[in-house]
Design a binder for this molecule. Structure first.
Ligand SMILES: *Cc1c(COP(=O)(O)O)cnc(C)c1O
Length: 351
């Protein structure tokens, strides 16, 4: 099969999303200052300060902090909530554990992971309660949407059930909400209603919200004050970073309003591939902008992805030996999805 003439459709990740023209224009015209020069808990860059206000408001939290990456945002949250070397409840599929290993490295923060069994990111509540009763756990982490569960969501009720147990044992709860606006849209709730019961939340501006760089960490005023100190310690304090924050404001004010479009297209993609013999797709997990596929062929996910790209110009993201994912983001149209589904089917038929 000749692939010449076909456009590449790149579904590896929503980190591939590009800043919109509105973002680029806002970046070019942003009012700037030195964000590293601290005046009573805020820097001197007016655009960063505005972004932090907008983020706090959009998440229903007292204050927020702009950080260079989601990884740093989560790390700062762990450092603020949990003393060095203490035990943190995570699920073993959590991004904070699987991909951000720095948190659990002996010589760095040395946090000890405590694994509580979870289904699509929702903990077994009895086990969670029992583990927290022991008094050794300093923080509980959850993830919404859940990346390795194929973008599955936790509802406000599920979050509340976990939060109730944390509150009873006086253990703080941190949410890795890299894609929390996709979760809120899928659930038909406002983001503040989804994150009300967590003590801190990290949100990525740079994924489905299309900003080129950056994430937000939100929580109480006290939490954010401590977080600023940790950010500086990690080298995450930046200078005229309003140039990036300007894009972040557009991300939070405008791009959050369209994320349900991505969720709908991902569902469409999953449904059109549901009858492919070589695929196992748990349609129940296709709640947001991701489709995770388990392969039932001799090909590894890497081999499958590489041949699909060479022969049909569709890029998918391997996540394990036999699984890959496809992620929808701004710039991937309904026509792209229809075309990608058609190409993937043709490729599989020829296998
Ligand atoms: C991407 C991601 C992060 C980390 O964000 P970076 O900006 O890539 O460091 C954290 N948690 C989840 C669930 C993610 O998908």
């Amino acid at each position: 099969m000749s692939s010449s003439g076909l456009d590449v459709i790149d579904l590896r990740s929503d980190t591939l999303s590009l800043p919109t023209s509105e973002m680029l224009s806002a970046m070019a015209h942003a009012e700037l200052g030195d964000d590293g020069r601290d005046v009573s808990g805020k820097g001197e860059d007016p655009t960063v300060n505005r972004l932090e206000e907008v983020a706090a408001r959009r998440l229903g939290k007292e204050d927020a902090l702009f950080v260079p990456s989601g990884t740093m945002g989560n790390m700062i949250a762990l450092m603020v909530h949990a003393p060095r070397g203490s035990s943190i409840v995570v699920d073993n599929e959590a991004h904070v554990y699987r991909m951000e290993k720095g948190n659990f490295v002996e010589g760095l923060h040395g946090f000890k992971p405590v694994f509580v069994p979870a289904r699509k990111g929702f903990y077994d509540l009895d086990v969670l309660d029992r583990f927290l009763s022991c008094g050794h756990v300093s923080l509980v982490c959850i993830e919404n949407t859940h990346n390795f569960a194929g973008g599955a969501v936790l509802s406000p009720e599920q979050t509340e059930a976990i939060s109730d147990i944390c509150a009873r044992h006086e253990v703080p709860l941190h949410l890795d909400g890299a894609r929390v606006f996709h979760a809120a849209a899928a659930l038909g709730v406002n983001a503040p209603d989804l994150v009300r019961r967590v003590d801190s939340v990290m949100v990525c501006l740079s994924k489905g919200l299309c900003a080129p760089v950056g994430s937000m960490l939100a929580g109480t005023r006290d939490f954010i004050r401590s977080a600023r100190g940790k950010r500086k310690l990690l080298g995450g304090q930046m200078r005229q970073v309003g140039v990036l924050a300007a894009a972040g404001i557009v991300a939070l004010e405008k791009m959050t309003l369209r994320v349900q479009d991505d969720n709908v297209l991902a569902r469409m993609l999953a449904e059109s591939l549901a009858d492919v013999d070589y695929f196992d797709i748990d349609i129940g997990t296709v709640q947001t902008n991701m489709v995770r596929v388990t392969l039932k062929t001799q090909l590894t996910a890497e081999q499958f992805a590489s041949r699909l790209c060479d022969e049909y110009r569709v890029k998918v993201g391997p996540v394990s030996q036999d699984m890959f994912r496809m992620v929808v983001y701004n710039g991937i149209s309904k026509m792209d999805i229809e075309s990608a589904a058609g190409r993937i089917k043709s490729f599989c038929n020829a296998l």
